[in-house]
Ligand binder design. Sequence first.
Ligand code: ADP
Ligand code: FDM
Ligand code: MG
Length: 192
Amino acid sequence: MAGRRGALIVLEGADRAGKSTQAKRLVESLKERGYQAEGMRFPERTTEIGRLVGSYLEKKSNLEDHTVHLLFSANRWEQVPLMKEKLRSGVTLVVDRYAFSGVAFTSSKKVIAEAAAKRGDFGNERYETSAFQKMVQKRYAELMEDRSLNWQVIDAAQSMEEVHSAIRQLSEDIIQEAKDQPLGKLWVESDT
Ligand code: ADP
Ligand code: FDM
Ligand code: MG
């Protein structure tokens, strides 16, 4: 049956940009406006794979870099059947981080390992150092050069309300646009 699928809306950005706050508000306001919408996050720490990732992020365990990259990836793939089912049934998914975090964070590791180790932390989890976050931001900027990905950039330095209304407007537009598009092009075999 053609049409009426939900949109896949992914929020990406450096730590503390406001992604989790905005994802929650977006789901609430879309629902108030009569859309079917649900939130998701990655890593999804409640699955078996997610618990391994969570423990790594909390520095309770150490994992080899390729291994943890693939666990982040597996943690997304294990949700794909559910995501497709929801999108097909008309639910718009608001996702707090996705594969772009996978690329931006893993590819920052090689470059930054030494510099980051010398600097003070600004959070408790792995990757929460200013040097690392700076590198991640640079990687996001490089990823956004690929125009086919349909990125929309929102200035996260604005007030919560301003950011929210910008995201909501863009989301309503994309929900209309996505409605009649096939799901096929959202996932390809080469996705990380
Ligand atoms: P992220 O999920 O990107 O790491 P959060 O949504 O957890 O970011 O927000 C990080 C912190 O910044 C929280 O304390 C939140 O209340 C605050 N915050 C979020 N958005 C804004 C904003 N636009 N202006 C000021 N503070 C914000
Ligand atoms: N992260 C997240 C990765 O390194 N790779 C990934 O594929 C994903 C989805 O995990 F530091 C990192 C990004 C961030 C951490 O933190 C998750 P939050 O606060 O739960 O977003
Ligand atoms: Mg968050």
